[in-house]
Ligand binder design. Sequence first.
Ligand code: XLS
Ligand code: NI
Ligand code: NI
Length: 437
Amino acid sequence: MVYFSDVNKITFEGKASTNPLAFKYYNPTQKIGDKTMEEHLRFAVAYWHTFTANGTDPFGTPTMFRSWDRLKGMDLAKARLEAAFEFFEKLDVPYFCFHDVDISPEGDTLRETNKNLDEIIGLTKEYMKTSKVKLLWNTANMFSHPRFLHGAATSSNADVFAYSAAKVKKGLEVAKELGAENYVFWGGREGYETLLNTDMGLELDNLGRFMHMAVDYAKEIGFDGQFLIEPKPKEPTTHQYDTDVATGLAFLHKYGLTEHFKFNIEANHATLAGHTFQHELHTARINGMLGSVDANQGDPLLGWDTDEFPTDLYSTTLAMYEILKNGGLGKGGLNFDAKVRRPSFEDADLFYAHIAGMDAFARGLQVAHKLLEDGVLENFIDDRYSSFKEGIGADIVSGKADFHSLEAYALENDQITNKSGRTELLKATLNQYLIEA
Ligand code: XLS
Ligand code: NI
Ligand code: NI
């Protein structure tokens, strides 16, 4: 059956196009440097926001009624899957992502849940045979069901730890079966509300144990996808353990897990943590830990994860700048962990939203590439730190200097001259590139 009969395959028409169902900047085959746009951007559609969400919010009931929603249970899951593959093909995206419960309904028992999942994964595999779309990552939803009310791997209840292990075990089998390039761990309720009832030390040790078991099992079954931790500072818990990249890194170091993981960085999670998106990407990059991206944006006026489609060109440009500096995303990609607003309830909005996000990142890629090609920021930064290239600066960097030699130097050179940081000039230059590059 056809679900989006009003929409044909979306193609690139260029920036002069007024067709809302066309790309203005995203031209998958266009080369930027040594790779095509499609290879650089590696876009993915998030199954949960696009096919499962229905516009419910804490104050209101669903606003979105898709044609597949008239069905129930496994019939619904199958129709949704068919619609999803039609959507992927019409949008011409190379990847998708899902949680186990987005794609297949939970049964009354874990056995039944797994049986449902097996059937849907079998069908997914069939669709993937004739479609170009691949699985960027899958994950286990360990936050929606009431059993996870105290967390999953950090629950105070050992039975929940065991149940969570069973879910991730199955998730890794699914990842292997579908050839997923990554497997994501977002700590949905891995955190706490109050220390009055929490043994944080034990919870974090358990999380470390859990991650080691996951690494071991992936090895055992020969799943060679990349493991990703997705940091977030709060929501649903008050204090999420994987607060931001720096906190996640400390966790991975403490539990000896750095070589097995990278980070999946979400723009809106960065802003919730009081960082910019670029800060999180940059922190991951300089530590060799930039794995993948959940491409969305928040609303600076709201303090929660609004998961809007990314349209802010400053943010997409600086994100692509970090990604290019990283030499690309490797096995990662740009997953639209983003939902259409509640009043954007028509099917067509799903296409408009993805086109908006894909064009915003494509334009960001063009501008970032040009900035790097011209060395605008690079040259400035290089010059700003030039004092570390010779003399006393070179001694500091090489390890030759100590407090004695530095004191002797400072006593002779205490009339210090600094150079301007040129923030405003650099911002104006960035604007010039955004407008003209
Ligand atoms: C929620 C997270 C979630 C993860 C996958 O805030 O972004 O959607 O990406 O579990
Ligand atoms: Ni996310
Ligand atoms: Ni999120």
